[in-house]
Ligand binder design. Structure first.
Ligand code: THU
Length: 144
């Protein structure tokens, strides 16, 4: 696995479990329009893994990304905070969360949480949320 510092890292036990969960749910993604199936898996503060996929819609803007699906699964299952998140998609280029999803992750994760982006046929990329979303606005601005 490569990090933004360029150091090679092996998948640890958590990452292997997250990758497996993200790939399993990615296979069920509903992406008939883009054909770009994405899976996301969260290791939450309760120690459980929660996964979600993208869900597209004939009314294109109404579709949603994999990350909010995984966040919804986390909240529904009783998890409250994201400790680590893995996003996987097709191809060799790491599927980094879109801008909106970075902000959605920001609501439930500290800035030092690592986001692992993976194109399934390539190498995973590890970045912190703070790297992905610098100078960001978050709940603490509103006293939360
Ligand atoms: N997609 C995600 O699920 N997560 C991202 O962070 C990037 C994009 C989905 C949305 C859409 O269904 C498809 O990928 C193509 O944009």
């Amino acid at each position: 696995m490569r990090s933004t510092e360029g150091s090679a890292m092996l998948l640890n036990e958590n990452d292997q479990a997250l990758f497996t969960a993200a790939e399993a749910v990615r296979a069920r993604a509903y992406a008939p329009y883009s054909k770009f199936q994405v899976g996301a898996a969260i290791l939450a503060d309760d120690g459980n893994i929660y996964a979600g996929c993208n869900v597209e819609n004939a009314a294109y803007p109404v579709g949603n990304c994999a990350e909010p699906s995984a966040i919804a699964a986390m909240l529904a299952g009783g998890g409250k905070r994201i400790r680590r998140i893995y996003v996987t998609g097709p191809g060799t280029v790491p599927v980094t969360p879109c801008g909106g999803c970075r902000q959605r992750i920001r609501e439930f994760a500290d800035l030092d949480v690592e986001v692992i982006s993976h194109g399934v046929d390539g190498e995973p990329l590890v970045q912190t949320l703070g790297q992905l979303l610098p100078h960001s606005f978050g709940p603490e601005f509103l006293g939360r």
